[in-house]
Design a protein around this ligand. Structure first.
Ligand code: ADP
Ligand code: MG
Length: 254
């Protein structure tokens, strides 16, 4: 094991839904600055695990430790304020607002806490927030479209916007839920390039992904779930060659 700092430790987590063991004996460590992929067939427990990490679901037993602090039992917004940001599960952009305003909303919320939608007007005039939002739009390659309406963007560009909305919160841990779901190969490749660009930078990423091309292009480490249990955990080459993984997952694709 390397000496890198562990940012996220899912410690012996169990979660049942009625009779079903959605997560069993989950023990997982994510090292600082890495891209850590969680893969597995449908129903493996990936979304459940993510929801436990962000405080949307309480585990039946075990704990989640972020940055040395137990976060189990905290509210999702408290965990978010600590630097855990999740993007992409559902499109969470504001389709009727400009790209700039879309990024200003989380930038403002991060600094000043949540605010009501009808209180937007004074926010748009905040030049510090505006500059910060523009900075991230530039970084994801959307600066020239900053005044376009978000709903008019292509799927790939919406992902860029969502990423800017996540990055403006300066996360320590960014959780990406299937960043390329439903995308064309072109948009998928541009999303991979973008995520590579943001590799490191003091930020750790956990990525849930079905697309093996994406996983093997990006991940430093891969954890494979099947039926709520970890069946493999290691560097991509090791996981790729693991017969259990091929049986449970890789072999089942296409
Ligand atoms: P994945 O994201 O890997 O496809 P999930 O975490 O969504 O898997 O689901 C794991 C298992 O738990 C599945 O069998 C699913 O049907 C079940 N499950 C997920 N959420 C709930 C819920 N809220 N109530 C009951 N069963 C659930
Ligand atoms: Mg899921």
């Amino acid at each position: 094991m390397s000496t890198r700092n562990v940012v996220l430790h899912v410690a012996d987590v169990h979660k049942r839904f009625a009779g079903l063991h959605a997560l069993a004996d989950i023990d997982l460590q994510v090292e600082e600055g890495t891209i850590h992929a969680i893969i597995g067939p449908n129903g493996a427990g990936k979304s459940t695990l993510l929801n436990v990490c962000i405080g949307r679901l309480a585990p039946d037993s075990g704990a989640v430790v972020f940055d040395g602090q137990v976060i189990t039992g905290k509210q999702p917004h408290e965990i978010n304020q600590m630097g855990v940001v999740r993007v992409f599960q559902t499109p969470e952009i504001f389709p009727d607002l400009s790209l700039l305003h879309n990024v200003m909303v989380p930038a403002f919320a991060k600094r000043d806490g949540p605010f009501r939608l009808n209180a937007f007007q004074p926010v748009w005039r905040r030049t510090d927030i505006r500059d910060e939002a523009m900075h991230w739009l530039e970084d994801v390659g959307l600066a020239t479209q900053s005044h376009a309406i978000a709903g008019s963007l292509s799927r790939g560009d919406k992902r860029r916007l969502e990423l800017a909305m996540g990055l403006v919160q300066k996360p320590r841990l960014l959780l990406l839920d299937e960043p390329t779901a439903g995308m064309s190969r072109h948009d998928t490749n541009s999303t991979i390039d973008l995520l590579k660009k943001f590799k490191g930078r003091g930020m750790t990423k956990v990525i849930i992904e079905h697309d093996m091309h994406v996983v093997f292009s990006l991940a430093d480490r891969i954890t494979v779930l099947a039926q709520g249990r970890i069946i493999a955990d290691g560097p991509p080459d090791e996981v790729r060659g693991n017969p259990k993984v091929q049986e449970a997952y890789l072999g089942g694709v296409h």
